[in-house]
Ligand binder design. Sequence first.
Ligand code: PXL
Length: 266
Amino acid sequence: MSIKVVLTIAGSDCSGGAGIQADLKTFEAFGVFGTSALTVLTAQNTQGVTDILEVTSSFIQAQLNAILDDFDVAAIKIGMLYSNDIIDVVREFIKDLNIPIVFDPVFISKAGSKLLSDDAKQNLRTLFPYVTITTPNLFEAKELLGYEFANSDSLETIFELPCAVVIKNHIQEINDHKRSVDTLYIKREKFIFDTPYQDTTATHGTGCSFSSAIASNLALGKSLQESIQIAKKFIYLAIKNSPNIGNGTSPIAHKIAGEICHIKEN
Ligand code: PXL
């Protein structure tokens, strides 16, 4: 069977921990072939973003066409889009595709830097009809969907969405142990995925890598729930084995996490 090709549409993180770089490392860890269309370049390290350069709409389009013209893409991950122009190009591109699409609605980095321009927030919502699942953290779920943890009224907005939603990383006490809990909402049903909570700042790129891990596993033919389960475990292991480099939020260990995931699977 030929290798599955996966595409990430996202920003570059020159420090290698998040964005396109994290996505490609994740794809490699799951044995799928990673391709990428860059939306923005960021100058950043583990302490924050110092500059952002937007790629032109026509060049983003050219990258997307180049990939689709040559490869049979099995799944797409969408990450940092930053501006209205970029959101518009990506929406037009995915509109007619019939493959799994995982959309990470990126607002701010783990180091607290802004990765979405203020006037583009509402426009992110226009991608929902065309994606399989969106993966906000608690902050993004509140900003984008009005979601409040433990407020069942706020779930109505989520149930009305045309795609599934997995809300990442509520920290909860379960049987006296702190757990990192992700909640999937799909067709008015709720599913929980949890791993031990790790008290660490080694979380740079976890959001990017989580959505890429889901996209990789969907490309490999796994179900949505199975893909989330594997992605959650992958992120847990990647944080646990972080190289602890840099003076801020350290990146995570994609290669080691992939190896452990595969050993446990086989
Ligand atoms: O994790 C969000 C994210 C997405 N894309 C890029 C980033 C980050 C976080 O740092 O740098 C390019």
